[in-house]
Design a protein around this ligand. Sequence first.
Ligand code: NAD
Length: 354
Amino acid sequence: MIFVTGAAGFIGFHLCRRLLQDGHSVVGYDSINDYYDTRVKYARLGLLGIDRSMAEKWKIQTSGNLIGDFTFVRGELEDYTLLDELFRQHSFSAVVNLAAQAGVRYSLINPQAYIKSNIVGFSNILEVCRHYKVGHLAYASSSSVYGLNEKMPLSTKDNVDHPVSLYAATKKSNELMAHTYSHLFGLPTTGLRFFTVYGPWGRPDMALFLFTEAILKGEPIKVFNHGKMVRDFTYVDDIVEGIVRVVAAPPKGDPEWSGVTPEPGISRAPFKIYNIGNNDPVKLMEFVEAIEKKLGKQADRIMMDLQPGDVPATYADVTDLMADLGYKPSTPLKEGIDKFVDWYREFYEIKVER
Ligand SMILES: NC(=O)c1ccc[n+]([C@@H]2O[C@H](COP(=O)([O-])OP(=O)(O)OC[C@H]3O[C@@H](n4cnc5c(N)ncnc54)[C@H](O)[C@@H]3O)[C@@H](O)[C@H]2O)c1
């Protein structure tokens, strides 16, 4: 049985669906916070067989009609008592922690939300994993930990001590906290640095959603850093494939690891960090053009400066993912954008103009 936090979220929903299709039993956990439109979260849960009126309550609900069993629990990572009760009731072979306060820009507005969910909440996850001897904890980190690093592609072998947002700092902190639990208690942990994830059911605060929404409404889009941005956009199914492979392969620790020349990203303890990114960076203006093409409509662009907290470029080195798990994301941007726009139109019932 697998415990997935952030199950009503973008990546968590896709992961739960995949795990259930593969026949796993899953307990999904999420506070369904209102950081963005909760209708999207309830609709995702609906596809997992969870009824909105039930999900709204702070109680446990089990769905009946999926291949694997899905149980949803509405709760906060900060609620240690509830987590402890769940871990006492179930025996989880693996935990995937995706619940977090996400978003770089919002961390300048509401830093406390990041401390609560990403630091206090994550420490609770580590504690329950430790006390109930979970076989593997995989957790979401982020490409934002690379901060001021400019050496491309961004590698887990490089040091990441210069974050440029509190969001990034909390994700880097998660990696450090996880290492101590791997070292002290032998808890196998794997941190996953996701690179700009996009696809159907995507987050309303992210560029693809915002651009699509604005273009369809005939409103201008904000193009940051005057378009001079490069992103390694990664399709959500590729992220999920990576998580599924990672979950099945808990790290063992490398006895050869040396404290004299300490390599980041691995350890003598069962600790590992992977990048999961497309390894094919795209210029922001090409991204905008691909959306315009699919929508058949030009965007009115407002050129803006680089936003505080943002980084101008991301590009994932996925050597380790390929070497250890025989895998690398591969969905072409056009294909992913087309699938997102088709979903967006269907979800918001927007007819294609002819
Ligand atoms: N989407 C991306 O491009 C991206 C990139 C890098 C890292 N990540 C990380 O991946 C993870 C999943 O991201 P996502 O895009 O699916 O985000 P999301 O916001 O859609 O999902 C996160 C879910 O966690 C829940 N949540 C937040 N705080 C909680 C708390 N304290 N207790 C319980 N539930 C809580 C939210 O209600 C939400 O449904 C996050 O950790 C995020 O930081 C995402």
